[in-house]
Design a protein around this ligand. Structure first.
Ligand SMILES: *Cc1c(COP(=O)(O)O)cnc(C)c1O
Length: 434
């Protein structure tokens, strides 16, 4: 790597040792990749996907066979009874919001079983009293069961929390917190506890960042409805936009009525030229998710070797692709994110700076030099400039490119004195050493 990027011999050595440490984790990731690639190919074959399905429609988009095949492939490969996969979802938040509005009715209560949901969902729920068409505005009540201090669900509290609720809401990914992601097994346990209170309760999962990380998906664990974004895992960096909702047929049908219009639902909606890319994204997703997972494990191992704390640890089980690294002070966060950006294929010459963000009480720095704007299955990093001074990173379309970005981020910290050459001698956040 020295030839192209001038990597210090010490960082090169750390990089080799980190990759060696990851051997077992990589073998697990590759086994899941193999399994998921088979499952996806089987779904394409069983759905009889053909070249004609890549042709887009215009206007109303009646009889768009590719659109129906896309839904079928997604449902088959995730083991869901039904799915709605559309470029018309503008983001993951839009897919989740459509799902909630699709199945909840005035007077219903939704209870989160995994503490506060991801930031962008707060406004959908109307947590701050939004009178802009939020769920609260439509008479839907929200309450939550907080996570335990260690970030795991309060299983003992589920029965009481679910009493009288129409929906139990579960977020599987850690999002931008230090809680662990929720594995398939843990998701199943929550769903079973909620259904034990009431068989009719709708158990919903925000599945963002979790698709293809394990061998199974939420419908296979008792989840009734789940949703996510196509510019994350299942789009594989190929889908240009979009999202999905999947689960029980009658629920997915209601969501289709919300996405378009009651009575029209999924029968219309032209696909322009997007079907082919969305299908190809699904096909590549098991391998791209494996690359992102390897990049995350590698980052954890390298920064642990350099004396920093990584969550999760490189060998720990994972249910999402998000990795946090505790860098202890604002300067190394900035250096890290700038180095990730500087080693992106797109916009490598621009340098991100911390700036205020709506919904955050501190400045945030974001690195995303991506082919698809805002795509976070591509190597990207975000860090709010506040305690515990952690950076959250995710993505990497290939492990080779992910490894370069992470290694060069360590190199930047070394150059700027935030990573010290002795083993375990990481910068402690109090003084800069060069
Ligand atoms: C990304 C994400 C969302 C929202 O997706 P957007 O596409 O950014 O709107 C929701 N929940 C979680 C856990 C996420 O990671």
């Amino acid at each position: 790597m020295t030839e192209f990027f001038g990597t210090d011999a010490y960082i090169q050595e750390l990089s080799h040792r980190a990759q060696a440490l990851c051997g077992e984790a990589f073998a697990r990731i590759e086994a899941t990749e193999q399994y998921n690639a088979q499952k996806v190919l089987r779904a394409f074959m069983d759905a009889r996907v053909s070249e004609a399905d890549m042709q887009g429609t215009t206007g109303y988009g009646y009889n768009d066979r590719g659109r129906d095949k896309l839904d079928e492939v997604f449902a088959r490969m995730t083991g869901a009874p039904d799915a709605l996969v559309r470029h018309n979802f503008v983001s993951g938040t839009h897919a989740i919001s459509t799902a909630l509005f699709g199945v909840l009715r005035p007077g219903d209560t939704v209870v989160s079983l995994t503490g506060a949901p991801y930031d962008t969902i707060h406004a959908t729920l109307g947590l701050h009293g939004e009178q802009n068409g939020s769920l609260r505005d439509f008479g839907i009540t929200y309450r939550q069961l907080d996570l335990l201090p260690d970030g795991t669900p309060d299983y003992d509290g589920v029965a009481d929390a679910c009493k009288g609720a129409r929906m139990a809401y579960i977020q599987r990914s850690r999002g931008y917190t230090l809680r662990p992601s929720l594995t398939a097994q843990e998701t199943q346990r929550l769903a079973a506890l909620a259904h034990a209170v009431s068989p009719d309760i709708i158990v919903f999962a925000d599945n963002c960042y979790c698709e293809f990380v394990e061998k199974t998906e939420p419908s296979q664990h008792g989840i009734d409805l789940f949703a996510g974004s196509l510019i994350k895992n299942p789009g594989a960096g190929i889908a240009r936009t979009g999202g999905y909702i999947a689960g029980k047929s009658e629920l997915v049908e209601q969501c289709a009525y919300r996405l378009t219009s009651p009575g029209i639902g999924r029968e219309v909606g032209c696909t322009l030229g997007e079907n082919g890319r969305m299908l190809m994204g699904l096909y590549l997703a098991p391998s791209v998710v494996a690359a992102a997972l390897k990049t995350a494990c590698f980052a954890a191992a390298l920064f642990e070797l350099a004396g920093f704390e990584a969550q999760p640890a490189y060998h720990a089980p994972r249910a999402d692709i998000v990795q946090s690294l505790l860098l202890r002070a604002p300067e190394p966060l900035i250096a890290f994110c700038q180095a990730i950006q500087a080693h992106s294929a797109v916009d490598s010459y621009v340098s991100p700076v911390p700036s205020p963000m709506p919904g955050y009480d501190s400045e945030v720095i974001m690195a995303s030099g991506s082919f698809t704007a805002g795509s976070s299955i591509e190597l990207s990093a975000d860090a709010p400039l506040r305690e515990p001074y952690a950076v959250w990173l995710q993505g990497g379309l290939t492990f080779a490119s992910g490894r370069i970005g992470i290694t060069q981020a360590a190199q930047a910290l070394l150059e700027q004195g935030y990573l010290i050459k002795q083993q375990g001698g990481a910068y402690d956040g109090t003084k800069k050493q060069v």
